[in-house]
Write a protein that binds this ligand. Structure first.
Ligand code: ATP
Ligand code: MG
Length: 555
């Protein structure tokens, strides 16, 4: 896969749309993005949106946002509101905003039409019996004893189902198709079931609800959708989608399926994500470890990075798992160009520069973003006591360790060369501070006598540093394919969050929530909403190590 990207390719969906316009099957293009409001949107939905919205735009067409709200037992207004906000946040603007529940009356009329044609019947089998009568992939189904009710009886019973005369689960309306079909979806599928739970929009007006299969294609048709683009699991439903439209003799959109996005080290099913939230494995839908759009936003993902990722993965027909490193690459790529650099120390080790005057502060000029000269410079304070990263010091260094150790010199970024003369330990023998000296001739980072420092490390001035909380993340699961585990919760990564008390240079004081920085040598970080005026909280969005560039080069 090429790393340079984003000019989109011609995939099989775009080819099909182009063909439909050329042959005159359709004279315009209209798509829809149809979330069910039973959870928050995740990165898989971003892929679907990229396809729905962008194809419509490319062909000068329109795209509706339509809520597939046909099951009141699982749906809530909270999810509707969140989905609207997340679609906007991702940068997509819909043409019409609709709800399947807007069409309940019309869908009811459609059902009546099928009854009158002898193509639908009221069935009294219980849910268990329905399952049993349906048969399996190797065994044909059995016809319901209620299959041959008269049109009059069916019309009467269906009206009484609507009127609330029957208990939940006692009756369904089914399409009369073929109980011997090799496609289980065509074995007299249920069109309506009785559900007594109030609906978040229609309240108690209805007690019968259309199934996904009966609602989806008819909603598409009512809206004049030309291309109903959905994920692969609906491929087997397409013959049914087409059967309803044909029997109803209404406008017939074309359904085209694409592969679902699967991402390594995470799960993309609302049901599983809901369990993570409900059982307290994460802090909420917007936990920065979640693959939800809210989680990704809080983690520091930008809408443009997510859209770039969707463009890079493209549209495939076969299911596969995309490496999460590719998503990280898209963010890193963007933040490299846009995020100001600052110095922060995550695991501080105190350094005292014994030949530096007490009480003196120098303000050293630092470059805000080497990738963007217009970002300018800032001043960072330097003084006698500093913090450096514990990892940048070793008392007994192995051969290839070039950073600080006793008797060695190292360059401080934007500052001076310092030499470590002595190690200060506590009673447990741990190194708690370093006694160092600096060479005043090396300000700006080079020595007049031409001697070199083998490494440059970051630092902050102890007297000026701001204490911050930094939240460091790892994958949510220990396996790249948690869906394949017997129980996905058993492969949760117990170390997916590490919280450290860190120090940062004072220039970041007062940064607003959502502000991005590169902490030099440590990664890209974003200000978290948990921040207070006294103490900023940062999430590490992504480290600086680009696993994906490595993988792509090898591939
Ligand atoms: P989930 O299994 O997570 O509940 P869903 O398919 O039930 O997902 P919907 O809200 O019904 O979720 O999906 C809205 C649209 O987004 C559908 O067209 C669906 O095909 C698409 N979609 C959902 N998940 C993915 C995914 N992982 N990759 C690509 N498209 C997806
Ligand atoms: Mg669904």
């Amino acid at each position: 896969m090429a790393l340079s990207s984003t000019v989109h390719v011609s995939d099989f969906i775009r080819a099909a749309v182009r063909e439909d316009l050329a042959t005159g099957r359709f004279t315009y293009v209209r798509t829809r993005f149809p979330p069910e409001p039973n959870g928050y949107l995740h990165i898989g939905h971003a892929k679907a949106m990229a396809i729905d919205f962008e194809i419509a735009r490319e062909f000068g067409g329109t795209c509706n946002l339509r809520f597939d709200d046909t099951n009141p037992t699982k749906e809530e207004q909270e999810y509707v509101d969140a989905i609207i906000e997340d679609v906007r946040w991702l940068g997509y603007q819909w043409d019409g905003l609709y709800f399947a529940s807007d069409y309940f009356e019309q869908l009811y009329e459609f059902a009546v039409k099928l009854i009158k044609k002898g193509k639908a019947y009221v069935c009294d089998l219980s849910p268990e019996e329905l399952r049993e009568y349906r048969g399996t992939l190797t065994q044909p189904g059995r016809e319901s004893p209620w299959r041959n009710r008269s049109v009059e009886e069916n019309l009467d019973l269906f009206a009484r189902m609507r009127a609330g005369e029957f208990p939940e689960g006692s009756r369904t309306l089914r399409a009369k198709i073929d109980m011997a079909s090799g496609n289980l979806n065509l074995r007299d599928p249920v069109m309506y079931r009785i559900i007594r739970t109030p609906h978040h929009r229609t309240g108690t007006r209805w007690c019968i609800y259309p199934t996904y299969d009966f609602a989806h294609g008819q909603c598409d048709s009512i809206e004049g959708v030309t291309h109903s683009l959905c994920s692969l699991e609906y491929e087997d439903h397409r013959p049914l989608y087409e059967w309803f439209l044909r029997e109803l003799e209404i406008f017939s959109p074309r359904q085209i399926e694409f592969a679902r996005l699967n991402l390594s080290y995470t799960v993309l099913s609302k049901r599983k994500l809901l369990r993570l939230v409900q059982e307290g494995h994460v802090r909420g839908w917007d936990d920065p470890r979640m693959p939800t759009l809210r989680g990704l936003r809080r983690r520091g993902y930008t809408p443009s990075a997510i859209r770039d990722f969707c463009a890079r993965i493209g549209v495939a027909k076969a299911n596969s798992i995309v490496d999460i490193a590719m998503l990280e690459h898209s963010l890193r790529d963007e933040l490299n160009k846009t995020a100001p650099r600052v110095m922060a120390v995550l695991r501080p080790l105190r350094v005292v520069i014994e030949n530096y005057p007490e009480g003196q502060t120098e303000w050293l000029e630092a470059i805000n973003n080497p990738e963007d000269p217009s970002a300018g410079t800032r001043l960072v304070p330097f003084s006698r006591e500093l913090y450096i990263e514990q990892d940048d010091f070793m008392e007994n260094p192995p051969p290839k360790f070039y950073r600080l150790s006793p008797g060695r010199e190292v360059r401080l970024r934007y500052g001076y060369f310092i030499r470590c003369n002595e190690v200060v330990k506590n009673a447990q023998g741990q190194v708690v501070a370093l006694r160092c000296t600096y060479d005043p001739e090396t300000r700006g980072g080079s020595a007049p006598d031409g001697r070199k420092a083998k490494a440059t490390i970051h630092w902050v001035s102890a007297a000026h540093a701001l204490p911050i909380e930094a939240r460091l993340y790892d994958h949510l699961f220990t396996r790249p394919d948690p869906d394949e585990a017997e129980d996905f919760l058993s492969v949760l990564n117990p170390h997916s969050l590490e919280v450290v008390n860190a120090f940062i240079e004072p220039s970041v004081a007062g940064s607003p929530v959502g502000k991005h920085y590169q902490f030099e040598r440590l990664g890209y970080f974003v200000v978290d909403p948990d921040s207070t005026p006294e103490r900023l909280v940062f999430n590490r969005s992504v480290t600086l190590k680009d696993e994906w560039a490595k993988i792509a080069k090898q591939g």
